[in-house]
Ligand binder design. Sequence first.
Ligand code: FES
Length: 110
Amino acid sequence: MINITVLNKVGEEKVLEVPEDMGLNLMEILKANEYNVLATCGGMAMCGTCHVQVLEGMDNMASHSDAELDMLDTLPDATPTSRLACQLRVDEHMSGAVFKLMAEEDMEIA
Ligand code: FES
């Protein structure tokens, strides 16, 4: 297991313990932890609803694919540290990373 830190839209921070050896992507992890990430394209880099900003750990992650960059280009609030969570494979390189959710749908915070 590795730890990653997630900040929701209102800045509440949570440390998630996630399996690094199951071939999951970050979008799947976020959904499994009940973040309201729509992921309407199902992880195909085509909807942008899994947009996150990487606050720490960007250097350790694989670089963007062309499809990811194309999608990020269409998002008005994308920054140089933006990623699509569905394109980020969760592995040991992600340990200690910090993400801010950019596209979480509004929902009541429990
Ligand atoms: S789930 Fe659609 S772009 Fe990531």
